[in-house]
Design a protein around this ligand. Structure first.
Ligand SMILES: [Zn+2]
Length: 104
């Protein structure tokens, strides 16, 4: 299956029984954003410039917000960074974005 990249890349993520549209956004002020689980047409937005371990970190971070909207930011930031670091060391890579010419 081809891997979607670029501004048209869209897919849905089901987290704790609710569905977010994952959007890769070219111009996003933050690295990532997550709409509240109560939002209609909710989305998780990731800055499309992100690569490597940082991209993994932001994806995990925003999914953690989606899964439990009440966890405090500091705990999410620390946990997501730790999980991303472990996964990165175990060799998890995006097949296109973290190719030889990308990542960190
Ligand atoms: Zn956060």
């Amino acid at each position: 299956m081809p891997v979607a990249t670029g501004r048209d890349a869209m897919r849905y993520l089901t987290l704790n029984g609710k569905r977010w549209l994952l959007k890769e956004v070219p111009r996003l002020n933050a690295d990532g954003e997550c709409d509240s689980p109560m939002t209609r047409g909710k989305a998780i937005r990731i800055a499309s410039r992100l690569r490597g371990e940082r991209r993994l970190d932001v994806l995990i971070h925003e999914m953690m917000h989606a899964c439990n909207w009440t966890i405090d930011e500091e705990h999410i930031a620390q946990t997501a960074a730790d999980i991303a670091r472990v996964l990165w060391r175990l060799g998890y890579r995006h097949p296109v974005l973290d190719g030889k010419d990308h990542g960190r």
